[in-house]
Ligand binder design. Structure first.
Ligand code: GUN
Length: 291
């Protein structure tokens, strides 16, 4: 069994991006990070994005509206960032409070600043195999990790567990694309799927993005599978200072020995996601003509 090291891949990509930004003589790329309220996971994710941006030389603008912000006020904030010529990329951290329609917010972000790739136009471009858009960071990071670890999806049965807008749907479309590294045969499973283990056991590559701690167990995979674990779940653990430990959607101790390759949690997909966000921000900077 081989561990797919996301930290190592992300470090390499971050170094490449840093070298690229160092060549920019004028203004640097700027990423606006909007975090509504104080969701603990979001606080830590946005901090990590801010830190990585600084490391690369990308300017970040952190905007922290209160949890009571109305949808109209949030739209107005996004409109002002859309119109701001000094902002290249806009990210509204998910999840948003229940009174806000998250998809409507994603749609409000201008497609040319949508470095999260959740806007209708950018999601549609994945289906059309059009490279001019932005692919959301987690699926883009998974494809990058597969490529860097030498896993070609051509002719493979790729089973995606989960159908979210953030991971499940876009990674399924990416794996399906008729291009080098992809060209997989894709099955999407979800909470309504009957006989789930029968399907997951057919996977040559299993992408677990169902958001349930240690959901995938040894009986659900075939020996020699490549497993990409997208889950980041907080499980109560009184032996930890924080009171919780992080675990993926895969029961690592029992599944890992059966795998050809597997991503750990933490240190797998997560670090790549942040690196891809920076890559998208630099792409947005290049695509815009105001610098
Ligand atoms: N929450 C979990 N993943 C993501 C992501 O990729 N982008 C945003 N904005 N929020 C998230």
């Amino acid at each position: 069994m081989e561990l797919i090291d996301g930290n190592q891949a992300a470090t390499a990509l971050i170094a490449e991006l840093k070298a690229e930004v160092a060549t920019f003589t004028g203004r640097k790329p700027c990423l606006a990070l909007v975090r509504v309220g104080e969701d603990p996971a979001s606080v830590s994710y946005v901090k990590k994005k801010e830190k990585t941006a600084a490391e690369i030389g990308v300017t970040s603008r952190i905007i922290l509206p209160p949890v009571t912000i109305t949808q109209e006020e949030l739209f107005a904030l996004i409109d002002s960032l859309n119109a701001d010529a000094t902002v290249d990329g806009i990210l509204v951290q998910s999840p948003l409070p229940k009174h806000i329609d998250e998809v409507a917010v994603f749609r409000r972000v201008s497609p040319d600043k949508d470095v999260d790739g959740f806007n209708t136009i950018n999601l549609g471009k994945i289906a059309q195999e059009d490279d001019t858009g932005f692919v959301s960071c987690t699926p883009a990071g998974i494809m990058e990790l597969l490529a860097r670890s030498g896993t070609d999806l051509k002719g493979k049965h790729v089973v995606v567990l989960g159908r979210s807008l953030i991971v499940g749907k876009p990674i399924a479309l990416l794996a399906l694309q008729k291009r080098a590294g992809a060209n997989g045969t894709v099955t999407i499973c979800h909470s309504g799927t009957a006989n789930l283990p029968t399907l997951t056991r057919q996977a040559d590559v299993l992408i677990a993005a169902i958001g349930r701690a240690e959901f995938v167990t040894a009986d659900m995979v075939k020996p020699g599978v490549v497993v990409i674990d997208v889950g980041i779940n907080r499980v109560p653990d009184s032996s930890k200072k924080t009171g919780y430990r992080l675990t993926g959607d895969v029961h690592f101790p029992s599944v890992a020995p059966l795998c050809a390759k597997i991503t750990p949690v933490p240190g797998g997909v997560g670090p790549m996601t942040v690196a891809m966000l920076m890559k998208n921000t630099i792409k947005a900077f290049h695509l815009r003509s105001t610098h």
